[in-house]
Design a protein around this ligand. Structure first.
Ligand SMILES: NC(=O)C1=CN([C@@H]2O[C@H](COP(=O)(O)OP(=O)(O)OC[C@H]3O[C@@H](n4cnc5c(N)ncnc54)[C@H](OP(=O)(O)O)[C@@H]3O)[C@@H](O)[C@H]2O)C=CC1
Ligand SMILES: O=C(O)CCC(=O)C(=O)O
Ligand SMILES: [Mg+2]
Length: 731
């Protein structure tokens, strides 16, 4: 990795990509003046697809495999990456991207749903490497430290967002299985020196015939290896029971993470679709299958397949009407909770519902109490306890509550979020075993057809790094807990690492099961005290949306630092996603309400890190100036708002650029740098009215981006950089 640029900025999709088109030219120009190089690497869905199919493309169409390059970079000390949220593509998103690329003249194959030939199998494997959460696990070679920067928290306390009221007799609740789920069936072991080495996963049918589900596994000494499964029969019985138990006026909903848990959760989602539509499928199952419909793809796909078939449509409507009303993703557009698996994103949906006072949106466009099915018990208790807490105490007072930050075990594909290659839908009754090269059976489970079996692991070095990071953040914050359940197999293995490490560090941090830790954290924060949640990978994801969405109104403003294990740094923006709704608004009226505060925070950290890691003095000055600018954007309320004519993403970038330039011009450590920025600061200030007028003039009518997954660069630039005056000053 010679000649690595000082800072890498990632090109992504949807709203953060539009924001990049406006912000990155400013960053590049300013950094250039300080002798700091900034380059872009493409991790968009389209970019990732094209990188994997060079043999289908012309010479001019070929692109480099930037994700692979970045995957190597993050394993080196010279990594300094600003990572914006990227799409974890569901099937509907992946197929839409393929279609768009084909229409634009890229001769890539269709997605082979049922690959038969070797070429189809090969193409399928390539596409599956793009599907779901395919970027984050590759780049996250470090553990996660997510918190709100001080000014961000202070702003939220002074400008409280809207919170729904909680009523003591709210019928909103979490429903989970009685057992036979991933939680109950989990087995876990820490690999000894004698056990370290190769392993395979073997399915043995009742007749004794063996199928190797996965070979070539390698376990290191100290690695925690889990195996578990969820019974399909028990899952369907649970869903049936919960649908029947929904009281009148209450909505039915399911909350999973089909993007991140890309193998298991679309299957779980499919079971919900199957049971909800049981009568319809019983009547038309064979024809639906012939139409190529699979419950895992959801009601959206079903509706498009039966469109125009009056008999089917009538039966479908009758069945839908007979079931309890569903919680909606978009009630205006008739998009239900069971339409598209990628819309079922628990870390976004549950906090939004809790922030609203336990209310979801129903098909009638009105808010209502909601039964929230979270089938597995590993983490459901967190949401259940939060809901119970607010029922008892009423809504959170965001003007006084403390700040909840997170240290998450994430490095090297830790835990469930690294389990895609070792998750299987079981074909028949039998047993699944992890067999070590020595012949020793590490874990064994009796399973039935349809059960979802999976194995997750966490390596020793990341575990120790995570504990150390947790201790450091605890010392800086004053209150913390390890969210580990001594009664869960995996957590019990981790506790064996945590207890001695805490003793050695001489600190006492409580270890609590997730439900208990939820209450502890809520009680600490309502007292106005800050608190660190030290968690595994899944709770890292869930809690860094839950608490920020309650405290700050959104997780977009989080500072998200990944201290890479090999010494580099990755600075993620926010804790949420790519806000597809924001793109819709741009297409309709050229107003982008995406808030780049996450990018500003990450940028400041990245420049400061440059000074620490490479002794780059200009980096330190630029980083400090960014912090000043970020504070000013908040103080002056320059952040984007929702409507045309108000501040938007582009006007916020103008203000940020101006404050940044002013802060560099005002500092006295580096005279030459101050002089270089003085005229820029002056020009930006003098032209404020003109620049803002040019940006606002471009609003109110539809925008043409020339595509969705592969937009036209020039068109995006003209939408996102409409001020000739600003562009001239930035140069
Ligand atoms: N780190 C990563 O790489 C992540 C990627 N994703 C991916 O993102 C996509 C969309 O996920 P989804 O669950 O809809 O979640 P999002 O976080 O994209 O959107 C949920 C809502 O949060 C608000 N929001 C999010 N970011 C911002 C921001 N910067 N400024 C203002 N508001 C913001 C918006 O609310 P409003 O509409 O009210 O303005 C938005 O509609 C998926 O493809 C998913 O895979 C998801 C999570 C993390
Ligand atoms: O990679 C993904 O799919 C989502 C990541 C995510 O939600 C997070 O890290 O908070
Ligand atoms: Mg998340």
């Amino acid at each position: 990795m010679t000649d690595t640029p000082d800072i890498i900025y990632t090109k992504v999709d949807e709203a953060p990509e539009l924001a990049r088109a406006s912000l990155e030219p400013i960053i590049r120009a300013f950094a250039g003046k300080a002798g700091i190089s900034v380059e872009t690497r493409d991790i968009s869905v389209a970019g990732r697809i094209l990188a994997l199919f060079p043999d289908y493309l012309t010479e001019e169409q070929r692109v480099s495999d930037d994700l692979a390059w970045l995957g190597e970079l993050v394993k080196t000390p010279s990594a300094n990456v600003i990572k914006l949220p990227n799409i974890s593509a569901s099937m509907p998103q992946l197929t839409a991207a393929i279609k768009e690329l084909q229409a634009k003249g890229y001769a890539i194959p269709d997605y082979p749903y049922e690959p038969k030939t070797d070429a189809e199998k090969e193409a399928r494997a390539r596409y599956d490497a793009v599907k779901g959460s395919a970027v984050n696990p590759v780049l996250r070679e470090g553990n996660s430290d997510r918190r709100a920067a001080k000014p961000v928290k202070q702003y939220a306390m002074a400008n409280p967002h809207r919170m729904g009221d909680w009523s003591k007799d709210s019928k909103t609740r979490v429903a989970s299985m009685d057992g036979n789920d991933f939680f109950a069936n989990e087995k876990s072991a820490t690999i000894t020196a004698a056990q370290a080495g190769g392993a395979k996963i073997v399915f043995t049918a009742e007749d004794g015939s063996e199928t190797v589900l996965k070979s070539g596994l390698k376990y290191l000494e100290g690695e925690v290896v889990d195996a578990t499964f969820m019974s399909a029969k028990a899952l369907e019985a649970f869903i049936r029971k919960e649908i029947a138990a929904v009281e009148p006026g209450v909505l039915f909903s399911v909350h999973l993470k089909a993007t991140m848990m890309k193998v298991s959760d679309p299957i779980l989602f499919g079971h919900f679709v199957k049971v909800y539509l049981e009568d319809f499928i019983a009547k038309h199952g064979a024809e639906l299958k012939a139409m190529g419909w699979n419950p895992n793809s959801g009601l959206g796909d079903l509706e498009s397949k039966i469109k125009g078939n009056a008999a089917f449509e009538a039966d479908y409507k009758a069945v839908m009407d007979a079931q309890p009303p569903m919680y909606m993703v978009n009630s205006d557009k008739g998009i239900t909770n069971l339409h598209v698996p990628s819309d079922v994103i628990i870390d976004a949906s549950m906090p939004a519902l809790i922030r609203a006072g336990g209310k979801g949106w129903g098909p009638d466009g009105k808010e209502a109490d909601t039964v929230c099915c979270i089938p597995d018990n590993c983490y459901a208790g967190v949401y259940d306890e939060t809901i119970e807490y607010f029922k008892e105490h009423g809504k959170l007072d965001v003007t006084t509550c403390g700040s909840v930050s997170n240290v998450g075990l994430m490095a090297q594909k830790a835990e469930e979020y690294g389990s895609h290659p070792t998750t299987f839908e079981i074909a028949a009754k039998g047993k699944v075993e992890i067999v070590l090269d020595s012949g020793e059976v590490l874990h064994s489970h009796a399973v039935e057809a349809g059960d979802i079996w999976r194995s997750s692991t966490a390596k020793k070095a990341p575990i120790l790094d995570w504990i150390a990071l947790g201790v450091a953040r605890y010392k800086a914050t004053g209150s913390a807990a390890f969210w580990l359940d001594a009664n869960r197999a995996h957590d019990a293995e981790l506790i064996k690492y945590v207890e001695p490490a805490l003793k050695e560090a001489g600190v006492e941090i409580p270890i609590m099961a997730p439900r208990e830790a939820t209450r502890f954290t809520l009680e600490t924060m309502v007292k106005g005290q800050d608190c660190v949640t030290i968690t595994g990978n899944v709770l890292r994801d869930y809690l860094t949306d839950l608490f920020p969405i309650l405290e700050l109104g959104t997780s977009a403003k989080m500072l998200s630092i990944v201290k890479l294990m090999q010494g580099g740094g990755m600075f993620e923006t926010g804790a949420g996603g790519t806000a597809p709704k924001h793109v819709q608004q741009v297409l309709e009226e050229s107003h982008l309400r995406w808030d780049s505060l996450g990018e500003f925070c990450a940028l400041g950290e990245s420049f400061s890190f440059l000074s620490e890691s490479k002794g780059n003095a200009a980096g330190a000055i630029m980083g400090k100036a960014i912090d000043v600018a970020t504070q000013k954007v908040l103080d002056n309320d320059d952040s984007p708002k929702g409507r045309v004519g108000q501040n938007d993403n582009r006007t916020s970038h103008y203000h940020f650029a101006r404050y940044w330039a002013e802060a560099v011009a005002a500092q006295t450590e580096d005279k030459a740098l101050a002089e270089a920025f003085a005229p820029i600061a002056k020009a930006l200030a003098e032209n404020e009215e003109k620049i803002l007028a040019e940006i606002h003039a471009a609003e109110g009518s539809p925008a043409d981006l020339g595509g969705y997954y592969l937009p036209d660069e020039a068109k995006v630039a003209s939408v996102m950089r409409p001020s000739a005056t600003l562009n001239g000053i930035i140069g």
